[in-house]
Each structure stands twice: as C-alpha cells, then as structure tokens.
Design a binder for this molecule. Structure first.
Ligand SMILES: [Zn+2]
Length: 146
C-alpha cells in the first residue's frame, strides 16, 4: 500500500529541486520515459525519498510484486570490487574445485570469516528458501548460497 505522506514528500522534493521531475528520467526497469517515482524500499519515513523513476507499466507491475521487490532490494546487495587478476584467477580455480559459482564461493568465504553474523542469519536464509512465493531464480540462488 502506498502512503500519501511518502508521495507528498516526493512532490515537495521535486518542487524544491531536490529531485528531478520523473518525466525527465528513464524508467529504471525498461528505459522508457518515466511518469512517476516508485518507493522501491517501502514507505517508512526514512525511505520517503528513496525512489526510482518508473513508467506507468512498471509502476503497476511493481505494485503487484511487492514481495519480490522487497527481496531483491534488501535481501542481497550487488557490489563492484576491484581485485588483482591473479587473486581472481585463484578464486575461480577454487570455485571450480568446490563446484560453486564465483559468487557462491565468495559468500562461502565471507561466511567463514564472519561466523557469528552468518549464524545469526542462518534461520533467515532457511525461511527464505522455504518460502514458495520466492521467484524461481531467487530460490535457486538462496539454495546455492546456503
Ligand atoms: Zn518501464
């Protein structure tokens, strides 16, 4: 459910020039001209200005898929890191030997390094994997990581 206070905050930010008007931007999902902003992190007050420009079609598509949206934005984070090539080659060799993807191997290593945090989130992961509402690719990804 949207929150009118969140929309009002965006409207005010546009008026004050803190946010560009959405029609000057492209839809975050398809690249068409955007018509509005989507509160992709939800409607909590601290996220009132965390918005992505979307076209009409994707604004309604997102409204019908709140569960998937929530998972892809808060469950996993994508980061770009720079590592020496030899180190990456070593990682890839290790990944192949362990029969994991590069991504899964990195997560496995990080979980070894931060066992307490990993244990704290263990239950969390299990719940996600069992959740039948997960999109197929997300369920598979969670399974590979676990
Ligand atoms: Zn779109």
């Amino acid at each position: 459910m949207s929150d009118p206070r969140a929309s009002a905050a965006v409207g005010q930010a546009i008026k004050q020039g803190k946010l560009p008007h959405p029609t000057t931007l492209k839809c975050a999902d398809c690249g068409a001209i955007a018509t509005s902003y989507d509160h992709h992190l939800g409607y909590a007050p601290e996220h009132w200005l965390d918005v992505q420009p979307v076209c009409d079609r994707h604004n309604s598509a997102r409204a019908w898929a709140p569960r998937a949206k929530e998972l892809s934005t808060s469950g996993f984070s994508a980061v770009l890191i720079r590592v020496p090539t030899w180190l990456l080659e070593e990682l890839d060799r290790d990944s192949r030997e362990s029969n994991r993807s590069r991504n899964s191997q990195l997560i496995w290593m990080l979980r070894q390094r931060y066992p307490e945090a990993a244990a704290a989130h263990q239950e969390d992961q299990g719940n996600r994997a069992r959740d039948s509402r997960l999109r197929e690719d997300e369920a598979e990804y969670t399974w590979m990581v676990a």
